[in-house]
Design a protein around this ligand. Structure first.
Ligand SMILES: Cc1cc2nc3c(=O)[nH]c(=O)nc-3n(C[C@H](O)[C@H](O)[C@H](O)COP(=O)(O)OP(=O)(O)OC[C@H]3O[C@@H](n4cnc5c(N)ncnc54)[C@H](O)[C@@H]3O)c2cc1C
Length: 382
């Protein structure tokens, strides 16, 4: 019989993340948002607490958690700050291709340093010419003896200004489209690799985002992840793993918006009574609460499906898409319930809307998620 209760270990994990999020992240969230500060001391602390390399197996020094446990943690972190959560979990995204297709030697060599001390890694797939269609990528990996020379540009890369390693997707021949895409692990110190300035963003302003340029960067074949032409499949399998935590991240933002709105509605009075007593507000709160719970359950179900060894493309796309649309809609309604104050920076809910927006775009925009969901769905009827 399905069981929604958490084990004592899961409760401990969730409590650890909740305590860290509410006592160490939340007090700095507004300031980091306002000034676009990358709070490295908070990310170091997340690393120390074992809240960073969540998906890396314990044999390499990571936390070795399944997606269900990761989702519990990520929701708690995002409740305090979406941007800090993006930067905290970016290592999971960047290191997943190594976990999936790295050789035992590559895993030992590339993963262990990330767990031995605080380091950040970035996942570099998106290019200025488009993120939704990786088969059209232009970053070129030309064979040169036993090495590759990588030339091109990746944009919107989370943690890029602060990363020491990049998992990079390039094509050995653009004419091959998907079949040419090949993945590499490239250190920050590689000659010809440069990182652009931190982007000025609408939300997730405690996270850093930049362009990474490759000018004939020499990458040894020993740092290729999987065979040539395997990169598209690797990127898709990576995102199958990491979409579920984005569902959890969105759920955390949505839960925070609901909590702020419900508390405010009990205090704010109009027409001689708290606005919570007006039915229009009650209907809003009820609809918000339903959507938040549905997001959490879709996320948990996706995590459970993948933790049981299934690929979970359908489930994780549904969780990410639904939870992110919910986060945006619930934050929007929270602003409405706050009225004019909701529009002011001084109050917490306008940040939640700005942070929620990104969850509808990154790790595959929701239009693409719906395409994936429909494709997987129709397969069952064909
Ligand atoms: C803050 C931030 C952080 C990010 N971090 C990373 C990162 O760490 N690593 C990384 O590789 N990328 C990252 N991204 C990139 C992100 O994944 C892409 O922005 C996203 O995949 C969309 O790609 P695009 O922006 O090029 O939009 P496009 O691909 O140009 O799409 C534009 C619009 O058209 C829609 N669209 C495209 N094709 C179709 C279609 N076939 N059917 C219907 N609609 C379609 C899209 O859904 C979107 O709404 C980040 C982005 C942001 C904003």
């Amino acid at each position: 019989m399905p069981d929604f209760s958490l084990t004592p270990e899961q409760e401990n994990l969730r409590d650890l993340a909740r305590k860290f999020a509410r006592t160490e992240m939340a007090p700095h969230a507004a300031e980091c948002d306002r000034t676009s500060r990358f709070p490295e001391e908070i990310y170091r602390r997340a690393y120390e607490l074992g809240l960073m390399n969540l998906n890396v197996p314990t044999e390499y020094g990571g936390s070795g958690l399944g997606l269900f446990d990761q989702s519990l943690i990520v929701e708690e972190l995002a409740y305090a700050c979406g941007g800090m959560t993006t930067s905290t979990i970016a290592n999971c995204l960047a290191l997943e291709p190594i976990l999936l297709d790295g050789t035992p030697e590559q895993k030992e060599r590339l993963l262990t340093p990330f767990c031995a001390e605080y380091h950040l890694a970035s996942f570099a797939l998106t290019e200025p010419s488009g993120g939704s269609d990786p088969g059209a990528m232009r970053t070129l990996a030309q064979k040169d003896g036993d090495d590759y020379l990588v030339t091109g540009e990746k944009c919107f890369i989370s943690n890029a200004p602060n990363a020491s390693l990049y998992t990079v997707f390039a094509t050995i021949d653009p004419k091959l489209r998907h079949k040419g895409v090949t993945a590499f692990a490239v250190p920050r110190t590689a000659e010809g690799l440069s990182v652009g300035p931190d982007e000025e963003k609408m939300g997730h302003r405690a996270s850093s985002t930049a362009t990474v340029r490759f000018d004939r960067v020499r990458v040894p074949a020993a740092d290729r992840l999987g065979p040539e032409g395997n990169g598209f499949s690797l990127a898709m399998r990576t995102l199958d793993q990491t979409r579920t935590p984005i569902g959890a991240l969105a759920t955390g933002i949505a839960q925070a918006a609901l909590d702020h709105a419900a508390r405010y509605s009990l205090k704010r009075e109009t027409f001689g009574k708290p606005i919570a007593e007006h039915q229009a507000i009650q209907i809003k709160l009820a609809t918000m609460a339903q959507a938040v719970q549905a997001s959490r359950l879709l996320t948990w179900h996706s995590a459970w499906t993948i933790d049981r060894g299934q690929r979970g493309t359908f489930e994780s796309s549904m969780a990410k898409c639904f939870a992110s649309d919910t986060a945006f809609a619930v934050a929007d309604q929270a602003i409405q319930i706050f009225g004019g104050y909701g529009y002011m920076r001084e109050y917490p809910v306008e940040k939640l809307l700005r942070d929620a927006k990104l969850t509808q775009i990154y790790e595959g925009a929701n239009e693409i998620q719906r395409t994936v969901i429909a494709r997987e769905l129709l397969r069952k009827y064909a």
